[in-house]
Write a protein that binds this ligand. Structure first.
Ligand code: URA
Length: 253
């Protein structure tokens, strides 16, 4: 984390980065006397301030400055894990403007039809730490698979399976949670799978490699982060202090 009190920045830059308006709008606000720094009205929007240690108020509201934002999203199906797209709705379309000003992006991708845990942040270093192929950060998924997942699938997944492009996956942990008979007599399997890498469509392709089809997929954890099941599908919240500490981003308050 950044050491406190080392960097000063222009007041209007700090405020526009936080979503309090454009430089021109902030210039007007400053002139009208609605910006106060450490108890004194500041009319010069170019004044240098330390956003971490100076108390900055705008229209009577004290701003809580921070550089990074960390959001846990319960991704719904039907939105894509991208920051922009000409045709599709993206996960950023679910966020409030007060978070968009930080320019967050999704850490890794879930398929359009996949639900569950997606972290959004503007902390590029963290994204790298969580996604680096060398770190083998575990990701756990729950899935519904057509057919009967069995002990042989568990064995094959624990050794690694060969995907359609010849890639042999790292060992993964497959658990069969339930076998459910459907009205037409067919069987569906509810499973939990933990993988330690993140190839394109990996879970679906692993089941294809053993002749089975995933019909529902939800991510429930990534590293130390676990999907908060009280988060309704499509909603999000900031990470808690404990969650931040778990990903090595302890708060310094
Ligand atoms: N594996 C998949 O097949 N899809 C996802 O969205 C995530 C993992």
């Amino acid at each position: 984390m950044r050491a406190k009190g080392k960097t000063t920045q222009r007041l209007d830059k700090v405020l526009s980065n936080m979503g309090f308006g454009s430089r021109a709008e902030l210039k007007k606000k400053a002139k009208s006397g609605s910006i106060v720094v450490n108890g004194t009205v500041v009319k010069d929007p170019g004044k240098h301030v330390d956003p971490y240690t100076d108390s900055i108020e705008i229209d009577g509201e004290t701003i809580a400055y921070r550089e990074f934002v960390y959001l846990m999203l319960h991704k719904p199906p039907g939105v894509i894990s991208a920051t922009e797209d000409v045709r599709e709705r993206t996960v950023l379309d679910l966020l409030d403007e007060k978070y968009l000003v930080f320019e967050p992006f999704p850490v890794g991708r879930l398929d359009k039809d996949t639900e569950g845990l997606l972290l959004l942040t503007n902390d590029g270093k963290l994204a790298h730490e969580l996604l680096s192929p060398r770190k083998h950060v575990p990701k756990t998924y729950q899935a519904i698979v057509e057919g009967r997942v069995d002990e042989e699938d568990i064995r094959q997944f624990s050794r690694g399976v060969t995907l359609d492009d010849g890639y042999v996956t790292l060992p993964s942990e497959l658990v069969i949670d339930a076998l459910e008979e459907q009205g037409d007599g067919s069987i569906r399997s509810r499973i939990t799978l933990t993988i330690h890498e993140g190839k394109f469509h990996q879970v679906k392709r692993m089941f294809e490699a053993v002749g089975k089809k995933v019909i529902y997929l939800k991510r429930i954890s990534m590293g130390t982060l676990r999907l908060d099941e009280s988060l309704e599908i499509g909603s999000y919240r900031e990470l808690t202090k404990a969650e931040l500490a778990g990903i090595g981003r302890a708060t310094d308050e």
